[in-house]
Design a protein around this ligand. Structure first.
Ligand code: MG
Length: 384
């Protein structure tokens, strides 16, 4: 297999690198793409013998080219256009889509339209354009395999498609599980970035703290497994050992378990329908206790809001995702408080919400851009 990794220097990129170290005989690296961590990307490309590297940030690409002028190494492309060019020319069989946020949409669609298997670690793509993405995959007979740990779990439980009653998404609860609304007022960027179970990038870590991550995952599961929104439940499971479950029509429930380590779902996706041996820690069952509780929808309104937006369809999930991405960014920049995030998303949904079907990626991009602008202006006008 020949693999392109989008988001090669992030948290998923690091885990994928370790999977590659354990399976370099099975995986040839065609290309590595990052946002702006140029030097890390260059070093990794040397080790992995990648043929191409791409940097979304043009300035970082120019600097990197200058720094390594005349040296033997991968071909460097820059900007979205350069990365799209690479995806057209590269001889890839698999693309691991692990970039953060909505920026993953266009490269994912391009890879699918070329019949390339996409290993999807970028849930925003499915939230904003789930119908378009799954349709493109079907039309071009391209496999779409989830890497998100919960969806990898469901995917494994449904390896043989069977009628099911419901999907049960597990949720660690994030760093503020059991916090009251008053306690959430005091939350800082630092405390929100400290996830108890998973080590991940900043965007998804904040989403885990607001429970928006689980809301986005409800929409993701709807698209990946064709499940009705009423057939997708969420249960808080702080130990993060069960990664999700499927309850079948006869009452039998299958769960996929393991230590919280993204190398497992990445290897599952890469090796599917086979399995590669992998050196990772495993669960020590005698010393393990598992807990389950219902999520607190009052204190964490984004979970319910996401489900509602998914159900409404059309522009709603695009707006939900765009407003949330902007709000998270502004929170990380310390321009708004943690508890302001849900309000901004709710405002954007009620002001711009529209249930008309969106048919093309360009329409999705336009709706997304409008929702981002709106959310930014909302904060600017409040003079925060
Ligand atoms: Mg997940």
């Amino acid at each position: 297999m020949r693999v392109v990794i989008l988001g090669a220097t992030g948290s998923i990129g690091d885990s994928a690198f370790n999977v590659w170290e354990q399976h370099r005989q099975d995986m040839q690296i065609e290309g590595l793409v990052a946002q702006q961590q140029a030097e890390k990307l260059w070093q990794r490309a040397q080790v992995m013998q990648a043929r191409w590297i791409g940097l979304a940030d043009e300035r970082a690409a120019v600097q990197l080219k200058r720094a390594h002028q005349g040296e033997a190494g991968p071909r460097i492309v820059q900007g979205t256009a350069g990365i799209m060019e690479m995806l057209k020319e590269a001889d890839a069989t698999h693309v691991l889509a692990a970039m953060s946020g909505f920026a993953g949409l266009e490269p994912t669609l391009l890879a699918l339209s070329r019949g390339i298997t996409v290993l999807l670690a970028n849930k925003e793509t499915l939230v904003a354009a789930g119908d378009i993405v799954t349709r493109t995959a079907r039309q071009h007979n391209a496999a779409l395999i989830p890497v998100d740990s919960e969806h990898s779990a469901i995917f494994q439980c449904l390896a043989r498609p069977q009628p099911f009653h419901r999907i049960i998404l597990t949720c660690s609860g994030g760093p503020f599980r059991n916090y009251t609304a008053a306690q959430l007022q005091e939350v800082t960027v630092e405390s929100a970035l400290r996830h108890p179970k998973w080590s991940m990038g900043p965007k998804i870590t904040i989403d885990s703290a607001t429970l928006m991550n689980k809301g986005l995952e409800i929409i993701e599961a709807h698209h990946l497994f064709g499940a009705d929104y009423d057939a997708i439940d969420v249960v808080i499971h702080p130990e993060s050992i069960i990664h999700s479950m499927v309850e079948f029509v006869d009452g039998a429930t299958l769960a996929q378990c393991g230590v919280p380590d993204m190398r497992i779902p990445i290897a599952v996706a890469l090796s599917w329908p086979h399995r590669w041996p992998l050196e990772v820690p495993t669960v020590n069952w005698p010393g393990t206790t598992l807990h389950f509780e219902a999520p607190d929808l009052q204190t964490f309104p984004l979970l319910g809001l996401a489900r509602q937006a998914g159900r409404m369809g059309g522009h709603f999930p695009i707006i939900l995702n765009a407003a949330n991405e902007m709000a998270v960014e502004m929170f990380l920049q310390r321009r708004i408080g943690f508890v302001d995030i849900p309000g901004l998303v709710e405002d954007a949904l009620s002001e711009l919400g529209d249930a008309r079907t969106v048919n093309t990626a360009d329409e999705v991009i336009a709706v997304d851009a409008r929702a981002r602008r709106y959310t930014q202006e909302l904060v600017a006008h409040k003079g925060r």
